[in-house]
Design a binder for this molecule. Structure first.
Ligand code: SAM
Length: 237
């Protein structure tokens, strides 16, 4: 039932055929994807030992692992960019899953529209620092808005993987995606979080509208590989 409800949201948001098709295929592959649940359980155990007030990430791990296996990525992943790190749960997963990579984290650590009243926002930066301390030699932290980071970063293809999970306003997600395209190497992966997130009553203000426009604009240079609550794309040109 929730699959059909989500599919209806995807269609209503104006998704291109490539996303609708990938959304159905990703669902059909669910049992294969779920074989990666042990990696999710490992991250949950790691989270219990750290200073985390929220887990907004671990359930994505089986999908990331499935994608990484299909792409046979590993040692070739050297530079990763994350927009929106919060307490560092996704950052810690990335740093563990890609042990040869350096991770650049961008966050204001001021929260977003939806975080008013959310536990953990005030301490999110100190929690991030504590949680990621043991990876400090592979971590670059920028405390600023993504617009400011992208605005002063030369458009040179540098990263093998870029994860967009900062501001969820449609215009910010589209801006982050377009800037990320320039910084992503050919063959690299771009992941948008919160594709199905419908916080704003006007569908057009939510991340799905941005991701849909991005995919329509950037096709065939970006290929959709998986679509569920996140959309996973690969830069092919
Ligand atoms: C959903 S949380 C990230 C969660 C994290 N990726 C995880 O899975 O644990 C979103 C983060 O984006 C940050 N943020 C919001 N707007 C931003 C912007 N314009 N630029 C950079 N970071 C932003 C917030 O401070 C917040 O920490």
């Amino acid at each position: 039932m929730s699959f059909l409800k989500n599919l209806w949201y995807v269609i209503r948001s104006g998704a291109p055929v490539s996303i609708v098709w990938s959304f159905i295929l990703t669902r059909l592959r669910r049992s294969r994807i779920e074989e990666n649940k042990p990696a999710m359980d490992a991250l949950k155990r790691f989270a219990k030992e750290g200073t985390f007030t929220q887990d907004w990430f671990s359930w994505n791990v089986p999908y990331w692992e499935h994608h990484a296996r299909a792409k046979q990525t590993g040692e070739d992943i050297r530079e990763i960019l994350e927009v929106g790190s919060f307490e560092g749960l996704s950052s810690c997963y990335i740093l563990q899953a890609f042990p040869h990579a350096r991770l650049t984290c961008i966050d204001t650590w001021e929260g977003s529209d939806e975080h008013a009243g959310t536990a953990g926002i005030r301490q999110s930066e100190s929690n991030f620092d504590a949680n990621t301390a043991k990876f400090a030699h592979r971590l670059i932290k920028h405390k600023e808005a993504s617009r400011s980071f992208f605005g002063r970063t030369p458009a040179v293809a540098t990263y093998n993987l870029i994860y967009i999970d900062g501001s969820h306003r449609c215009e910010d997600v589209l801006f982050d995606g377009l800037c990320a395209y320039d910084l992503l190497k050919v063959g690299g992966t771009l992941i948008f979080d919160d594709y199905l997130w419908d916080f704003y009553p006007d569908v057009a203000r939510n991340p799905a509208n941005a991701v849909n426009h991005f995919v329509k604009m950037m096709s065939p240079r970006m290929e959709v590989r998986m679509a569920y609550h996140q959309v996973i794309l690969v830069k092919v040109a």
